[in-house]
Design a protein around this ligand. Structure first.
Ligand code: SF4
Length: 236
């Protein structure tokens, strides 16, 4: 007689799923303290991509895929001097653009995204980067993460939480989510942190991920949120 297949248990989005995390207060209870302590630790946390307007931030964010912000900041001064707005970028020679951004990696795809974005902004939005999630994600090469970066930092609108590799890793380690999909992680974070904190929260988690909670060797002994973290390697 064939073995009955076990039905997969539905995944709850509210409770952290690790055994260790279940002994801890719910994420929503720890969230205010986590935010407070990280804010005290990183009072200057901000967007690390150099920009002076929404167009520059949008282009820089497209370039930052699979590349460090530091590298992007080395490339963008010359790029924005030559193409100061969407109209000039839309008219750029693809080969010239490829050479200018080559060091950021994936330069052919990024060239296509930049040209597509600039053309759409020029033709559909009269050269001005739109300030809504729907219009931003409709641009070529722009996903929800990029749109969140632009909305939160160039337009000061907290429409969502930027979930990059640091934010995803820290959110799981801190048992703020049990998800691995960025969109679901973002939804979990939006449910437990108040809207005005969404943009800054990403900067705080990114800062902490870079400085202390490394992907391979988290330095739990010098972590400001250690007593709130179910993944701490230190015995409390
Ligand atoms: S206690 Fe350790 S695992 Fe938890 S956030 Fe701090 S460094 Fe990361």
């Amino acid at each position: 007689m064939p073995m009955k297949k076990k039905r997969a248990r539905p995944r709850t989005r509210k409770a952290p799923r690790t055994r260790a995390a279940r002994r801890w207060p719910p994420a929503a209870e720890r969230a205010p303290d986590i935010f407070r302590r990280l804010s005290a630790e990183y009072p200057d946390a901000h967007c690390a991509l150099d920009h002076v307007n929404p167009y520059e931030l949008l282009a820089a964010t497209i370039l930052s895929a699979q590349c460090t912000d530091k590298r992007v900041n080395m490339v963008t001064p010359a790029l924005f001097a030559k193409y100061p707005d969407a109209r000039t970028l839309a008219a750029a020679n693809p080969a010239t653009l490829e050479e200018m951004i080559r060091s950021t990696g994936f330069f052919r795809n990024k060239t296509k995204s930049l040209l597509g974005m600039a053309t759409a902004v020029t033709e559909l939005h009269n050269g001005a980067v739109p300030d809504s999630m729907a219009a931003l994600v409709a641009l070529p090469g722009v996903g929800r993460k990029t749109a969140n970066v632009v909305l939160g930092n160039a337009f000061r609108r907290d429409e969502g939480v930027v979930v990059d590799t640091h934010v995803g890793r820290l959110s799981r380690r801190l048992a703020l989510t049990g998800e691995s999909d960025p969109v679901k992680i973002e939804q979990d974070l939006m449910a437990i942190f108040p809207r005005p904190q969404w943009t800054v929260l990403a900067h705080l988690l990114i800062s902490h991920g870079r400085a202390v909670c490394d992907s391979r060797r988290p330095q739990c002994d010098r972590c400001t949120v250690q007593s709130l973290c179910p993944s701490s390697t230190n015995k409390l």
